[in-house]
Design a protein around this ligand. Structure first.
Ligand code: GLA
Length: 751
C-alpha cells in the first residue's frame, strides 16, 4: 500500500519506492506536514515543537493553549487568515470584500490510480501503478471546501499534488490565490535552484541559499515563459550532481505561475508553487469549483543527476502520451532559417530533394504559407493556403514531398492574429483588446481569446480544412508573444485569473482536439523557441523547440539547463548555418551536429549551400544518429561539466542504465596555447567492466573512466571542436543478450 492512514496517531503516510511523505492531523484539525525524505518507517511527529512563540497567534478553538500556532507549524495547505503570516498557498475574498479563511480537516478518501484532471494535463499511469489520497479541508464561514489530492506513483518515486476548491456558500467568492502545493521542510539548509532566461537564452540554472526573505520566481505573461521555468529544485547545501538530498517540484501548467521559497524565523523552509496569484482573482459562483493545475514532486538522496533521471523517466512514462514517445522520431529539415517566409514551391522542393538525398526523413514547412503572410506583420489568423506561393494546394505540395520518400510537417500559430488579416477584420472582438485602451502589440500581433470556446472551435475548424487536405505527419505549434490585454468579450467572466486560466485551458483543448482528430500526429510545441517549455505542453507534445538560438555553443548551455528537469527526447534541436544568425559565431558542422543530436535532431539550413564534403558529413551524421538514437533518448543523461561556468570544455553523456554502453560528447570550447591536460570524468558505467571505444578499438577500465576520465583532445587546434566516443562494455560471448534500452530504462529505475 502506497497510502497509509493510522487513525490512532492521525497520520497519513505516502510511500514511494525510495521516499516517504508524512502528514498529521494536528490540534484543531490543522493538516500538518511532518516529513518528506528518503524512505522511512514510523511516526515522525517528533519534528513538531509546540511552544508559546511571541506574536504568533493561536486558533480560537485551541482555547487557552498558546503553543498551537499556524504561524510556526509546518503545514500542508497554509491559508491566509489562519494566523500564518508566511507566504501562503490559499487566500479568498468573500462577496462583501472581506478576506480571511481558516481550513480544517473534514474527511479523507483513498482511491486506486491517479485522477485525470478535466481539461488539464496530469501525471498518468495504469490503475495498479498509482494510489491517490484526497483530504478534504473546509472553512464553512468563508464558504470554501478544499480537496487536496496526493497522487503516489510508487515506482517512479513521484508524488503529485493539486487542489480542488468548491464554493459552498450562497454568494460568490473570489480566490485570490490557489497554489497547487506547499512544501514545509523543517530543518536543513536548502538552496533553491531555478531556471531563468530570455528569448534565445532559456533555462540557465541559478542556485542560491534560501534565506529569511521570500525568493519569488514566476511568469505574469500568460505563458510559462522564457524568463522562468515552472520547475525548481530544493537542494541541500551540500548536494551536487553525484550525491546529496534534493527535491524537485514541477508544475504541469503552461500559463502564468509563481513559486516562492522562504525560510521562516524558526528554521523551516517553505516552498509554494502554483498559478500566479498576483493576477488571479478567480471568481467562483455558489457550487462552482476551481481545479488547480497539478505539481509533481520527486525527492532523492543521490544528487542532481539522479533527480534528473527520475524526472526524465516520469515525463517519458507518465506525462507524455501517444505513439511518438517511444517511436524513433523522423530526422527533419525545417525551411525557416534557410528561407524565412521568402519561398515558393520550387524552392521548397529543391530543399526537400537535397535533404532526401542525404537521408533526411521529413520536410517541415514553417511560417509564411497562408493568407497574405509575406512578412511577420500580416496574415496570422487567415489559415487559407497561399496557392500562388505554393503553386497549388497544401495537399499537392505534401504529395510531392511524400513522393520523395519523406514525411511532411507544417507550422501553425493558432492562438494569434494580425490586425492586418481577414479574421481580425471580421471578428475584432476575438482578440484580447480592452475596450477604450490601445492594445500592446508584440511582433505586431495580437492574441486571440482562447478562453472562448467559439474562438477555439472556429480556428480549429479553419485549420482542419488545410490539415485534412495534407494530413501532416507533424505539426509545429508556435506561440510568438506574451499576453498583455486580458479582456474577454464573453459575458460574465472578467476576472483576470479566470480569463488567463481559461486561455491556457483553451490551448489545451485545441491540442487535445488535434490529437483526437489526427492520432498519428507528432506535435512539437514552440513559443518563440522555448517560451512554453513545460510539463503541461509535454502532455500533448512529446517534443518542444528548445530555443530560437541554434548557435551550438549557446545551445550547449540552454540544453544543459533544460536537462535538469526534462529529457533529451523532448528537446527540439537542429543543425543550422554559420555564421549563426543569432551570435555570428562560426562552429564546425561536426559540433553543431553533436549538440543537435543531444535533442530531437534535424536540420534548419539550405543544404545546397554546403560543400560536397559537408554534404557527405550530413549523410554520415544522420546514419550516426539513427545508430545511437535509442541510447541518446532513453539512456541516463549525465552532465559531465558545468556548462554555465566552464568556458574551456563542455561534456555530457548518455549511458544505458545497465552499464553496457555509453555515448560521450566532449566539446573543447575556447582553445588555449600549450594547454594543460584536462580530463572529463564519466558516470553511470560499471567500475569492474572494460569498455571498448568503438571507433579506435582502445579499451578502458570503467573505474578509470569514472575516476580519472577521458582527456579533452588538444589537437587539431581551434575553438569549438568536438569528439563523440561510443563505449561498449566488453562482454563474455556467453552472456545473455541485452534487452532493448526502452525496457531497460523502466526496469533499472526500480533500483
Ligand atoms: C518562432 C519560432 C521559429 C519560427 C518563427 C516563424 O520564432 O520559434 O522557429 O517558426 O517563429 O515565425
Amino acid at each position: 500500500m502506497a497510502v497509509l492512514f493510522d487513525p490512532e496517531r492521525k497520520l497519513f503516510t505516502l510511500h514511494t519506492r525510495h521516499t516517504t511523505y508524512q502528514m498529521k492531523l494536528g490540534p484543531c484539525g490543522i493538516l500538518l506536514h511532518l516529513y518528506y525524505g528518503p524512505r522511512a518507517e514510523g511516526d515522525m511527529s517528533y519534528v513538531l515543537s509546540f511552544r508559546d512563540r511571541g506574536f504568533s497567534g493561536n486558533p480560537y478553538d485551541a482555547g487557552a493553549d498558546r503553543t498551537v500556532s499556524a504561524d510556526v507549524l509546518p503545514q500542508e495547505y497554509p491559508c491566509e487568515g489562519s494566523g500564518d503570516y508566511r507566504p501562503t498557498a490559499f487566500a479568498l475574498r468573500r462577496a462583501n470584500g472581506v478576506s480571511g479563511c481558516d481550513l480544517r480537516y473534514v474527511s479523507h478518501e483513498i482511491h486506486r490510480g491517479l485522477p485525470a484532471l478535466s481539461g488539464l494535463p496530469a501525471v498518468h499511469c495504469a490503475e495498479e501503478e498509482g494510489e491517490t489520497l484526497v483530504i478534504t479541508l473546509e472553512d464553512p464561514s468563508a464558504g470554501a471546501t478544499v480537496h487536496l489530492s496526493y497522487g503516489v506513483l510508487a515506482e517512479a518515486d513521484a508524488i503529485t499534488r493539486s487542489a480542488k476548491i468548491v464554493n459552498i456558500s450562497d454568494a460568490p467568492i473570489v480566490l485570490q490565490n490557489a497554489a497547487s502545493c506547499a512544501l514545509d521542510l523543517p530543518g536543513g539548509a536548502w538552496d533553491l535552484i531555478h531556471f531563468h532566461g530570455r528569448h534565445e537564452g532559456e533555462r540557465a540554472p541559478e542556485r542560491a541559499p534560501i534565506r529569511h526573505a521570500a525568493q519569488c520566481i514566476g511568469s505574469r505573461r500568460g505563458m510559462s515563459s522564457h524568463q522562468h521555468n515552472p520547475f525548481v529544485i530544493l537542494a541541500d547545501e551540500n548536494a551536487g550532481e553525484d550525491g546529496g538530498l534534493c527535491a524537485g517540484a514541477m508544475l504541469l501548467y503552461s500559463g502564468s505561475f509563481a513559486c516562492t521559497a522562504e525560510q521562516d524565523p524558526f528554521g523551516l523552509t517553505r516552498l509554494v508553487l502554483g498559478v500566479q496569484s498576483e493576477q488571479f482573482d478567480y471568481e467562483l459562483q455558489p457550487f462552482e469549483s476551481f481545479q488547480t493545475p497539478e505539481a509533481a514532486l520527486i525527492l532523492t538522496s543521490r544528487g542532481l543527476a539522479d533527480l534528473s533521471h527520475r524526472f526524465h523517466s516520469m515525463i517519458l512514462h507518465h506525462v507524455c502520451r501517444g505513439p511518438w514517445v517511444t517511436r524513433p522520431r523522423p530526422v527533419l529539415i525545417n525551411n525557416w532559417e534557410a528561407t524565412g517566409m521568402n519561398f515558393d514551391k520550387e524552392c521548397l522542393l529543391r530543399i526537400a530533394r537535397r535533404a532526401a538525398e542525404l537521408g533526411v526523413e521529413m520536410m517541415v514547412l514553417d511560417d509564411g504559407w497562408f493568407g497574405s503572410r509575406s512578412d511577420d506583420n500580416a496574415g496570422l489568423g487567415d489559415w487559407t493556403v497561399n496557392e500562388t506561393k505554393l503553386g497549388g494546394t497544401m495537399g499537392s505540395l505534401a504529395g510531392e514531398i511524400r513522393s520523395l520518400g519523406m514525411k511532411f510537417g507544417l507550422w501553425i500559430e493558432p492562438e494569434m492574429v494580425n490586425e492586418d488579416s481577414d479574421l481580425y477584420r471580421a471578428h475584432p472582438d476575438w482578440a484580447f483588446v480592452i475596450p477604450g485602451k490601445a492594445p500592446v502589440r508584440s511582433r505586431n500581433q495580437l492574441v486571440l481569446d482562447f478562453s472562448r470556446s467559439e474562438v477555439v472551435d472556429a480556428v480549429f475548424a479553419r485549420l482542419c480544412t488545410v490539415l485534412d487536405d495534407c494530413r501532416p505527419d507533424y505539426i509545429k505549434m508556435d506561440m510568438n508573444r506574451s499576453l498583455a490585454d486580458v479582456y474577454t468579450a464573453s459575458a460574465g467572466m472578467q476576472s483576470r485569473g479566470k480569463v488567463l486560466d481559461g486561455y491556457v485551458r483553451g490551448v489545451y483543448r485545441f491540442l487535445e482536439m488535434l490529437l483526437q482528430r489526427y492520432p498519428a500526429l507528432l506535435l512539437e510545441g514552440c513559443a518563440g523557441g522555448g517560451g512554453r517549455f513545460d510539463a503541461g505542453m509535454l502532455y500533448y507534445c512529446p517534443q518542444i523547440w528548445c530555443s530560437d538560438n541554434t548557435d551550438a555553443v549557446d545551445r550547449i548551455r540552454i540544453q544543459y539547463g533544460t536537462s535538469f528537469g526534462y529529457p533529451v527526447s523532448t528537446m527540439g534541436a537542429h543543425v543550422s548555418a554559420v555564421p549563426n544568425y543569432a551570435t555570428g559565431r562560426v562552429t564546425p558542422l561536426q559540433t553543431r551536429a553533436a549538440v543537435a543530436m543531444s535533442g530531437t535532431f534535424g536540420y534548419e539550413l539550405d543544404l545546397d549551400l554546403l560543400t560536397d564534403g559537408e554534404k557527405e558529413q550530413v549523410r554520415q551524421q544522420i546514419r550516426t544518429f539513427k545508430k545511437y538514437e535509442d541510447l541518446i533518448r532513453f539512456g541516463d543523461y549525465y552532465r559531465l561539466t558545468d556548462a554555465v561556468q566552464d568556458h574551456e570544455a563542455a561534456a555530457w553523456m548518455s549511458a544505458d542504465p545497465d552499464g553496457s554502453e555509453a555515448l560521450v560528447t566532449i566539446v573543447r570550447l575556447l582553445a588555449t596555447g600549450n594547454s594543460p591536460a584536462r580530463f572529463i570524468r564519466l558516470k553511470g558505467l560499471l567500475p569492474d567492466a572494460i569498455y571498448r571505444d568503438e571507433a579506435t578499438g582502445e579499451t578502458y577500465s570503467g573505474s578509470a573512466l569514472m575516476h580519472l576520465g577521458l582527456p579533452v583532445p588538444y589537437a587539431p587546434k581551434g575553438d569549438f571542436l568536438s569528439v563523440r566516443i561510443h563505449l561498449e562494455r566488453e562482454q563474455d560471448p556467453n552472456e545473455k543478450k541485452r534487452r532493448p534500452i526502452w525496457q531497460n530504462i523502466s526496469l533499472m529505475r526500480k533500483k
